[in-house]
Structures are given as C-alpha cells and as structure tokens.
Write a protein that binds this ligand. Sequence first.
Ligand SMILES: [Zn+2]
Length: 115
Amino acid sequence: MSEIEIKCVQCGTQTREASDITLITTVEGREIVITRLTGTRCPTCGEEYVDAVSCEKVEELIKKFRKPNVIFKRKITTSGGRRVIGIPEEIDRALGKKENADIWLEGNKIVTEVY
Ligand SMILES: [Zn+2]
C-alpha cells in the first residue's frame, strides 16, 4: 500500500496510509458499520480511500448480509382451494408459536411478520 501514491480526488493532497477507516453502508434497509478497513486518508480534507483488499472484505460482508443464514425450500400446495405454504418447524419454534401474521409482498418475496 505504501508504495502506491494516491492523491486526494477532492483537494489534490498526497494521501497517507490508514488502517482505521470506517465505512457505513445500507444493505436491504439495515445499516452496517464496517470498521478497521485499510487504505489511505487525505490529511487535509479527511477524504478516505479504501484499498483493494478492504474493498473485497466489504463486498464479502455485504454478500453475507444479503443472504439469509438458512433457507427452507417448500412447495406451495393447495388446500381447500387455497394455496398454502407450510411454516418450517425450526422457524415456528424460533418465533415462539405466535398466532398473528402480517403478510406483504416485496417483489417476488412474500414477507411475513408474526406477533
Ligand atoms: Zn483531500
């Protein structure tokens, strides 16, 4: 990193190596704060430049936040003329067998909030 000289895009000052860059980004409505990134920082205006290694780290983290930890595959069946999706037992248990649900659409996703 120290070999590469990066001039600040904002003010033209030579930037200095930094290993304490914090990046705040929003993934699917959740704000995530990524700390201790490496790159350079402008000593004059404070503009920060994340290096390639940290860029990859950020992308990986964002991917992790996008993907649900567990995906249950279910077939949509028909029961009494209605289309039905079974709630996976693990999810039902985790939610504490609550009885009310608000359901809405987000593109192709059926989102359910139980309470
Ligand atoms: Zn600057």
